[in-house]
Design a protein around this ligand. Structure first.
Ligand SMILES: Cc1cc2nc3c(=O)[nH]c(=O)nc-3n(C[C@H](O)[C@H](O)[C@H](O)COP(=O)(O)O)c2cc1C
Length: 433
């Protein structure tokens, strides 16, 4: 057994992933019967603390582009709106809903976002687009000390992404914990995308002293835990481009029409970009494609080679439809989709070093990749839908030459049906992202 790297949750590492392995076998592999009537728990708020409203809609480009460090707290509003705020109103079969820039399993949004800057520690309220001031103290040094690999210079901003442990359990049972790890990965990916585009050189940290971070945030560890920390320098302009605001799940389904292979390749190369994480993974997440209607690509199964950009045929005669249990909601979507991208990973490779914590780290990484696929699809004009309801055993037949790997997440791609579900966008649509 490899020794755990410094700070890598040694208590968890000591059991070499035994608990995570048990969890995955019982709850993490199979989507249970979902109770759609069960809502998610209410988002967190801290009664009695000062609430600092942020201007809505936020100003773009964000003020820090013009004023540098002094104005950074102001541009937090722009960053937070595009990270986890309410950016559109969706008309759905169930009525009118608040749409966000990021997807979330079942729309349950179990994650919370905290910010630490020179002005203090705050919790973001998405529905009110406001900050709850939890402490006026500058806690950045204390937070950075709890990281396994703190940045060399004091970060200008620290974003902490937590998960409320019971947020989606009523609907998904214990499978919800895996969804929470994927969801916090999606949010981490969005934070990285926004901060990278603003030149703030962000790093996502997955190795840290979790109890200490929880203590600094005042969390009840039985109810909410820190899943990721994103440190960054002062951002330049934060400007939402049309694709970032357009990103959403293709809820009306897909037209069963071919998509250009060039668009698929753009999505894959974006998804396979290195993720700025605080650790080198013992095994990367590999991408596989189950193609059905992709112009210039024979129907079949492929592994994406990120070094050459080639799609290498692998054995298996699956279609996207075969990835889903028959009769379930995924079957029709799979039938209509032009292709599916499978995000795969290796649990066993990380247990010796990080123990049970690796389970969350790997799903977090898959969530980052899922967010990138959704955004790149919006950029190339494709409809997309992240799916965790795949039949993992069926999907894993594509990985027959790599039995160490398993499917973590699937993304269906295709032309969105008609003009899609109506939505009213609340923020501007200009900019390059
Ligand atoms: C990790 C993850 C897994 C998801 N799994 C499914 C799924 O199995 N089936 C499905 O219809 N949608 C799935 N979704 C999509 C969500 O239902 C969708 O993101 C959410 O309702 C919010 O809508 P929006 O993406 O249009 O903003 C998933 C999303 C995420 C982030």
């Amino acid at each position: 057994m490899r020794t755990a790297p410094p700070g890598a949750c040694p208590a968890h590492a000591e059991n070499a992933g035994a608990a995570a392995r048990r969890y995955h076998a019982r709850h993490g592999r199979v989507l249970p019967t979902i109770d759609p009537a069960a809502g998610s728990t209410a988002p967190k708020h801290h009664p009695g603390v000062p609430v600092l409203p942020l201007p809505f809609p936020p100003t773009f480009p964000s003020p820090c582009a013009d004023h540098g460090r002094a104005a950074f707290p102001e541009c937090l509003g722009a960053l937070l709106a595009l990270l986890n705020g309410i950016t559109r109103v969706d008309w759905t079969a169930a009525g009118v809903g608040a749409g966000r820039p990021v997807p979330s399993g079942g729309g349950t949004y179990p994650a919370e976002v905290y910010t630490a800057t020179a002005s203090g520690l705050c919790h973001y309220l998405p529905a009110a687009h406001a900050l709850e001031l939890l402490s006026p103290a500058d806690l950045r040094d204390d937070l950075a000390r709890a990281l396994d690999r703190p940045p060399l210079e004091q970060p200008e901003s620290v974003l902490l992404i937590t998960s409320r442990l019971d947020a989606n359990l009523a609907r998904y049972g214990l499978f919800g914990h895996r969804l929470q790890a994927l969801d916090t990965g999606v949010l981490t990916g969005q934070a990285l995308t926004l901060l990278e585009s603003a030149g703030a050189a962000p790093t996502a940290h997955a190795r840290f002293a979790e109890e200490e971070l929880g203590r600094l945030l005042g969390l009840d560890s039985a109810a909410e835990r820190v899943h990721a920390v994103v440190t960054a320098r002062t951002p330049g302009a934060i400007t939402p481009g049309a694709p970032l605001l357009r990103r959403r799940t293709a809820r009306s389904g897909f037209e069963p029409l071919p998509v250009p292979s060039a668009a698929l390749r753009v999505v894959l190369s974006e998804a396979a970009r290195p993720v700025p994480l605080d650790h080198a993974a013992p095994a990367d997440c590999d991408l596989y494609v189950v193609a059905q209607r992709v112009t210039g690509l024979e129907a079949g199964c492929y592994r994406y080679d990120p070094r050459t950009g080639r799609l290498v045929p692998v054995t298996g005669d699956l279609t996207p439809r075969d990835l889903f249990p028959p009769g379930g909601p995924g079957e029709l979507a799979g039938f209509e989709a032009a292709c599916a991208v499978l995000v795969t990973g290796d649990y066993e490779a990380g247990y010796p070093g990080d123990g049970d914590h690796w389970y969350r780290m790997l799903n977090l990484r898959a969530g980052v990749i899922g967010q990138r696929i959704g955004l790149a699809a919006a950029r190339t004009g494709l409809g997309a839908g992240l799916r965790c309801d795949v039949d993992i055993a069926a999907a894993d037949t594509v990985l027959s030459t790599r039995p160490d790997r398993t499917t973590l997440l699937a993304v269906l791609l295709g032309p969105e049906r008609g003009s899609g579900t109506p939505a009213c966008h609340l923020l501007g649509r200009e900019g390059p992202l």
